[in-house]
Design a protein. Structure first.
Length: 123
């Protein structure tokens, strides 16, 4: 569950930036995608805040954009020669930063430097 929350936070921040920049346009856009992916976090998150590194990969599907962008693609960070993203936090909250890349089905590529800050849902 913690891995899923971190991936959702990181990719959510990435996609928020992507829809503002757009894969091939500088004009503001709106949209979103469904993400199916995996994150590898080292060391694993615990109840005590600590530094960690991570990578993630995933597929983007059912993308919708007000600018008519591609409907699918892939996203990754910390792989394929990119620097390893890092963060500090616990199962309850974390902050992260890194560089992620989306490779879209139409052959365009979007590179985003991001930061995230979030808390796990209370439950």
């Amino acid at each position: 569950m913690t891995t899923r929350l971190l991936v959702s936070a990181v990719v959510g921040a990435f996609l928020a930036l992507v829809v503002l920049v757009g894969p091939a346009s500088a004009a503001p856009n709106g949209g979103g995608c469904q993400l199916h992916g995996t994150a590898n976090i080292s060391p694993g998150l615990t109840n005590t805040a600590q530094n960690f590194n991570y990578s993630f990969t995933g597929s983007l599907a059912s993308c919708q954009s007000s600018s008519g962008g591609p409907a699918s693609g892939t996203v990754f960070a910390g792989t394929n020669g990119l620097p390893t993203p890092s963060g500090n936090g616990s199962c309850g909250s974390s902050t992260t930063s890194g560089i992620a890349v989306a490779q879209w089905a139409d052959g365009t590529t979007t590179v985003v430097q991001y930061t995230t800050s979030g808390a796990a849902a209370a439950g």
